[in-house]
Write a protein that binds this ligand. Structure first.
Ligand code: ADP
Ligand code: MG
Length: 145
């Protein structure tokens, strides 16, 4: 499926519209969303919309310098925790061990969203859902799910 958005609010709203469909995807452990796309393609913007739609109350920022941040979900029946990873600065899957990545992705009540997921592809569960973001010039962005 492909979607086009024309400004950042539309990308956040798109995340809100897709949340029901996304959370229904089958997942053995955590539901893992693997996000791919250049800098500025809209990955963090989409994640902000997703967090809002799920009832994450804190503001989700780009965790580029943090690698991982965990948010509580209080209002969703299916998920308790929202994990946001940004793998831009990591070398590969080995760097994830200290972050408890295996444990985090084995728990079905976790929703795990990962920016630059292609850098840790080997560590992802086989049922991860890939979301690809592309620049379409100026404020146009394309999402492939
Ligand atoms: P990434 O996490 O992929 O690096 P961000 O979501 O942090 O990207 O940044 C996207 C940037 O592009 C933001 O500055 C945002 O305001 C801008 N932007 C412009 N148009 C759009 C759009 N249609 N969707 C998402 N972001 C957009
Ligand atoms: Mg980002």
């Amino acid at each position: 499926m492909e979607f086009i958005t024309k400004n950042f609010e539309e990308t956040q709203q798109l995340a809100g519209r897709l949340v029901e469909q996304i959370t229904k995807m089958p997942h053995g452990g955590a539901l893992v969303l693997a996000l791919k796309g250049d800098l500025g393609a809209g990955k963090t913007t989409f994640i902000q919309g997703l967090g809002r739609a799920l009832g994450v109350e804190e503001k989700i920022l780009s965790p580029t310098f943090v690698i991982m941040k965990n948010f509580n979900i209080l209002t969703n029946k299916q998920f308790n925790n929202f994990y946001h990873f940004d793998c831009y600065r990591i070398e590969g899957p080995g760097d994830l061990e200290v972050l408890n990545f295996k444990e985090i992705t084995s728990e079905p009540r976790n929703l795990v969203v990962i920016e630059w997921a292609e850098r840790i592809e080997k560590a992802l569960p086989p049922d991860a859902v890939w979301l690809e973001f592309e620049h379409g010039g100026e404020d146009i962005r394309k999402l492939k799910m």
